[in-house]
Design a protein around this ligand. Sequence first.
Ligand SMILES: NC(=O)N[C@H]1NC(=O)NC1=O
Ligand SMILES: [Zn+2]
Ligand SMILES: [Zn+2]
Length: 450
Amino acid sequence: MATYDLIIKNGLIVKADSTIQGDIAIKDGKIKEVSSSRGNLGKADKEIDAEGLHVLPGLIDSHVHFNEPGRTEWEGLETGSKSLAAGGATTFFDMPLNSTPPVINKENLELKKAIAKKKSIVNPRFWGGLVPGNTDELKEMHESGAIGFKAFMSPSGIEDFDNADDETLYKGMKEIASFGSLLAVHAESTVICEQLAEEKQTQGKTTARDFVESRPIISEIEAVRRIISYAEATGCKLHIVHASSRKVVNVINDAKQRGVDITVETCPHYLSLTVKDLEEQGGVAKCMPPLRDQAEVDELWTALANGEINVIGSDHSPAPADMKIITDNFFEGWGGISGAQSTLTILLTEGHFKRDLPLEKIVELTAENPAKLFGLANKGTIAAGYDADITLVNLNESFELKKEDLFYRHKHSPYIGRTYKGKVKTTIVSGEVVFNDGKILVDEKQETNS
Ligand SMILES: NC(=O)N[C@H]1NC(=O)NC1=O
Ligand SMILES: [Zn+2]
Ligand SMILES: [Zn+2]
């Protein structure tokens, strides 16, 4: 009888602190042994020859909106999770909004967990929502496994997920601190954004640039400063999602220096797209905070290389294609980018190949840091005892991203038509190959019509 279920041989195993050539032995969904001497791990039922490939811990995407239940026509846990698998991600944290009912109490969280158990082909985890009036629900959601809590400081665009007023934020953070969880915030100033949007639109100024100017970097900075003051007052751990500029990151790092327990995420779109892409591509590249100019993109990469950013989340926020059509008014159309499948290839192409970002750094940002930050004890690296969530990547392969390569329910993305270097070949979740050579390999998780 073979000792192991699977051995991955001869790959270049990348960890946050080193890269070694070696073999990985897997049994019962766990990594049992990692050896740098070739071929000495014994026998397995199945072997994968990873010669010439890089072996990475599966990405943990800490920020997706999969919209199920209730808005499954926008995406869904099956299509969403398949897209992640195709992009080398093995775990996701789904946001509490854009699904209906939103995850603002335990009952709604349990509902989503049950659906994900049936339909997701990668590991699902869930954020709970902090909205006006639900402070009393937070602890139960925490006890039911919520990864943390998410609040919007400006309108979310979803009618059943209200943004949190200052009182809600303050009280919510006190409560979250009491049981040691953390709050993630979408930090934009409602006052600044709404005033500028109204000013622009009454003047008939509705271009892509006008939209971007109505949500300036200062609006993020204002909101971040305010929420930091609440973190200091309440002792609540704080996580700022989708920082679009290093200027925002600087404010966060100043607070960190003062001892505030704070971390920050940025997204592939802020690292690879600019206002010009929004002008050229229209709605598919619309998001909030909006895309910035090239100088901001470059600065964000510097921040990333310097260790000023903790995690990369895709903020995959999909919608049907007709909701992304903008004819002349950029204040209209859904704000949210479809990108869950592209995180790793963007980091490899734009980061590793174009800017010499070490592979180890990519692994740190996409696997090791999110695992540590959100308390996933058995994930985030390739070592004995850890979950066998693994991605094999061919760094020598270039490809043009085609619409038909996407597993999203709605096959639009600002990344279509671009050429990338570094292709995901195989994705393994708990020791099981779920994606290989462009195909999803698990079919038992079929979406029903319900
Ligand atoms: N509701 C929602 O998904 N909003 C997201 N979309 C986006 O571009 N930024 C967000 O916060
Ligand atoms: Zn957001
Ligand atoms: Zn989001």
